[in-house]
Design a protein around this ligand. Structure first.
Ligand SMILES: Nc1ncnc2c1ncn2[C@@H]1O[C@H](COP(=O)(O)OP(=O)(O)OP(=O)(O)O)[C@@H](O)[C@H]1O
Length: 450
């Protein structure tokens, strides 16, 4: 929390002492003042009612308050005074509700995205635990919580789960879910209106809340005014100990053309990634979905979907829905044959294509802009050694042939060399985003249907 909030009483006392105010003056003019918000270097002070005399207070106490704040914090803040009616007009935009369902609708939450319906697997264990911790103590431990991962892997589901959890405990919590695209559009609209009220309304909508969920933040990249506005929104909320949860398709350090001051704020709290689910988790997700929708499919069909749709949970669920919809429409039993027919467009024929070491070597070489000869050759500079190890790893993962045979295809290398290369990449995958991304992209190139 911004120190000005914590030391507000002390600041008022300082003004009193330094300006030798009598008790009655202090009680009348200063004591009733409270902080409305602190946005980047502007302290907005709420003056309780018009009788108190906004103009008088502003003329007489703006400077003393500015000086006292500057003495306390060591930096300069501008002072702005507002009346309750100015604020209330805007606060009506986000009314408080004590009813869970109303709050949920006002917050833009999907009722199905709760912790109960979220399947925990090794791909999302950490992100799940972090989200639960935030849900239990919003604004206190990990702020912001930054969830990142590929498309359709459950980031939105998790952030909504946090919101539901908080609302169940306290339905009057003001929560707002939005996407960075919506945020940008609303900002453009406010700027286009060209008047202060539209802008104030916009700001109050986003700053007058307890929890902000902002999805797909990567879309603010390259949008300067949005970044600027988001920066101030972030500071206002964070300064007031309000929880912020952000999702993105990549971690902050990989978000190119993002202002450094924003990147560093994203990294203030906790970063948690969600990767593609393993086979067991995919089966568990399909089973959960089946249970929720009241179906009971044969194990072999569930396994068929889980084996073939690997990287995207939205697609996984979509495949199940498609099979069921098709069966209902055609009034047919769900059989393996039906599942295969329905999913033939999604499960690319490429999956059935045998992935040979040569194919992998060519694809890796092209990706790194080197030649296949570089990969199988003996050069030892980093430009070729790393892609070579990547090729070894992919051969082991996808080609389904013994290490010895991989060694033969890779310039007659010994199987222990291949093993070493694979281990190296495996280690890197635990820590390096670059390697994770490279493997993800290359796997997609080699198996486009997955
Ligand atoms: N672990 C999980 N358990 C159950 N359902 C899940 C899980 N992960 C994702 N889903 C489901 O997969 C679908 C896609 O998830 P979601 O929209 O949260 O993904 P996302 O990561 O936000 O995607 P995008 O990058 O497109 O914004 C949703 O229907 C969600 O309920």
């Amino acid at each position: 929390m911004n120190i000005i909030y914590e030391k507000w009483d002390e600041i008022l006392e300082t003004v009193k002492t330094e300006h030798e105010l009598s008790d009655v003056s202090f009680k009348t003019w200063l004591k009733p003042l409270t902080i409305h918000s602190i946005d980047d270097q502007v302290v907005t002070i709420l003056v309780p009612s018009q009788q108190v005399g906004l103009n008088y207070i502003s003329k007489k106490y703006a400077l003393p308050l500015k000086v006292a704040i500057s003495e306390l914090t060591g930096s300069d803040y501008d002072i702005r005074f507002v009346l309750p009616e100015d604020v209330q007009n805007v606060e009506k935009e986000v009314p408080v509700s004590t009813n869970y369902n109303t709050s949920m609708e006002m917050a833009n939450l999907n009722p199905k995205y709760t912790f109960d319906t979220f399947v925990v697997g090794s791909n999302n264990k950490f992100a799940h635990a972090a989200s639960l911790a935030v849900a239990e103590s919003p604004g206190e431990i990990y702020n912001p919580l930054f969830l990142y991962g590929g498309v359709g892997l459950g980031k939105t589901h998790l952030m909504h789960s946090v919101a539901h959890f908080i609302l169940e405990r306290n339905p009057s919590t003001k929560i707002l879910y939005t996407t960075s695209e919506e945020f940008t559009n609303e900002l453009i609209e406010a700027i286009r209106n060209g008047n202060n009220t539209a802008m104030t309304k916009f700001r109050e909508k986003y700053r007058n809340i307890d929890v902000l969920l902002i999805d797909d933040i990567q879309f603010i990249i390259g949008k300067e005014s949005t970044q600027e506005e988001f920066f101030h929104t972030f500071n206002a909320l964070h300064g007031a100990k309000k929880q912020i949860i952000i999702s993105s398709d990549k971690p902050p350090k990989d978000m190119e053309i993002l202002e450094d001051r924003i990147r560093s704020r994203f990294e203030w709290g906790l970063l948690a990634d969600i990767s593609s689910p393993d086979y067991e988790t995919r089966v568990a997700i399909l089973r959960k979905k089946e249970e929720m929708d009241g179906y009971n499919l044969d194990d072999s069909i569930i396994e068929y979907i889980a084996k073939n749709i690997k990287s995207n949970i939205r697609e996984l669920e979509g495949s199940l829905n498609k099979i069921i919809a098709y069966a209902n429409l055609e009034k047919r039993e769900v059989t393996m044959e039906l599942a295969e027919t329905v999913l033939k467009d999604i499960i690319s024929p490429n999956d059935k294509k045998i992935i040979t070491p040569e194919y992998i070597i060519n694809t890796v070489a092209e990706h790194y802009d080197i030649t296949p000869e570089d990969i199988i050759g003996t050069k030892r500079n980093s430009k070729v050694v790393y892609p070579r190890q990547i090729a070894m790893y992919l051969c082991r993962e996808l080609a389904n042939i013994p290490l010895k045979s991989i060694g033969q295809c890779m310039g007659n290398r010994d199987h222990t060399t291949i093993m070493h290369g694979c281990d190296k990449i495996e280690q890197e995958l635990k820590t390096s985003q670059t390697t994770q991304k490279a493997i993800e992209i290359l796997k997609k190139k080699l198996q486009p249907g997955n």
